[in-house]
Design a protein around this ligand. Sequence first.
Ligand code: T5A
Ligand code: NA
Length: 213
Amino acid sequence: LSGGKSESRGALIVLEGLDRSGKTSQSSKLLTYLEGLGHSAELWRFPDRSTNVGQMISMYLSNKSQLDDHTIHLLFSANRWEKRSLMETKLKTGTTLIVDRYSYSGVAFSSAKGLALEWCKAPEIGLLSPDLVLYLDIQPEKAAERGGYGGERYEQLEFQKKVAKCYQVLHDASWKIIDACQPIEDIEKQLQEIVLDCVMTCQKGKPLSNLWS
Ligand code: T5A
Ligand code: NA
């Protein structure tokens, strides 16, 4: 590797929010935006259902298998750990990663079932810490009205209400809360500004760090 560009690192940008908050729609718009500006960027998502661990998770989410709450929690975490070193390599070689769900989903969804918060956080310690978390904020009732709700295990209003409360506890300085009930294009513009700012800060040499610190 040589030349100026390879010396600057990519940004780790995570989208979080309840089911149907608009994460996937906005993630792909952000990718198009960054690529259009000539940045190297990739779209990632968790769970990554393409791995062996991811397939176990997918079976569980579609109610084709039953697992103990602790077991599925650790599988979600393992699914992030199996991508950690590739993630670090990509970031260090200048690729920005737009990640659709991450450790915050892991902790919020499991603690919403009643598992202890600290126990839920423990297996996430040592994963890369996002430079920016975009939290798409929507009332559970409003999210439930959007298309396609009801297919998978966690897509139930009462449970999503608990998840929303658990997310609130995880909010830290890396978070930006976005009103997810605005028109798609308005959210898109808002995210573009925040993301570009973050990408620039990382290019200038902001160090990578680990969760949770
Ligand atoms: N989970 C995940 C854990 O329990 N632990 C973990 O560690 C992780 C990583 C995974 C499930 O697993 C749980 C969380 C989840 O329950 P998933 O595959 O990520 O699920 O699927 P979801 O997050 O549920 O994805 P969704 O597709 O439901 O939601 P998105 O991505 O937030 O929303 P999106 O963009 O697909 O949009 C949904 C609908 O709303 C419309 C879209 O057109 C679409 O129809 N929409 C809007 N409508 C009006 N106004 C807007 N601003 C809109 N934005 C989008
Ligand atoms: Na999604």
